[in-house]
Design a protein around this ligand. Structure first.
Ligand SMILES: NC(=O)c1ccc[n+]([C@@H]2O[C@H](COP(=O)([O-])OP(=O)(O)OC[C@H]3O[C@@H](n4cnc5c(N)ncnc54)[C@H](OP(=O)(O)O)[C@@H]3O)[C@@H](O)[C@H]2O)c1
Length: 143
């Protein structure tokens, strides 16, 4: 099986990559911090292709996802894990806008690209990592 994890340089995505590789998945991994992706790829037991991606640059991020799918010669599963959020109760405008761009616009760009790829192929799975905040809200405005 082959999978892509979007947002694998740290946290949940990085640990997920370790567990999926241990389970036999060939992986493609993305994030902005390519150095962290490369160090992760080096320690995984299965093949892993790291690629830099910035979800704030939507068109380029879509191109990177397509390029990664092609370089893996197809994938069965795409995990959209990348996300940001701030706990600053001053609600800084730049942080709030970044959250909306990465978590909403970036997510939509990745999900849409994955959908069209899998629809054309005839099968595949998309996994979105969200938050309980999506269901019950919280003190973090745009998150
Ligand atoms: N930790 C929690 O308690 C929790 C709870 C609920 C939901 N979540 C959700 O789970 C997901 C992972 O969270 P985490 O706690 O593991 O956070 P994390 O360690 O900060 O990981 C976030 C990942 O997203 C990537 N990312 C952030 N901004 C990006 C951008 N502009 N372009 C491309 N990639 C970007 C980061 O890579 P770079 O910085 O290298 O780009 C990193 O790989 C997020 O969607 C978060 O909202 C987490």
């Amino acid at each position: 099986m082959k999978a892509i994890i979007i947002g694998a340089s740290s946290g949940i995505g990085r640990e997920l990559a370790k567990q999926m590789s241990a389970a036999g998945y060939v992986l493609g991994i993305t994030a902005r911090r390519l150095d962290l992706l490369k160090s992760l790829a080096d320690e995984l037991p299965e093949a892993c292709v790291p690629m830099a991606m910035d979800l704030r640059e939507t068109d380029t991020a879509v191109s990177v996802l397509r390029e990664l799918i092609a370089s893996l010669e197809g994938v069965d599963l795409i995990v959209i894990n990348a996300g940001v959020g701030t706990t600053d109760r001053g609600f800084p405008t730049a942080s709030e806008l970044e959250t909306a761009i990465v978590n909403a616009v970036g997510f939509t760009a990745m999900a849409n690209t994955a959908y069209h790829y899998f629809a054309e192929r005839g099968n595949g799975h998309i996994v979105g990592i969200s938050s309980i905040s999506a269901l019950r809200g919280g003190p973090f405005a745009s998150y």
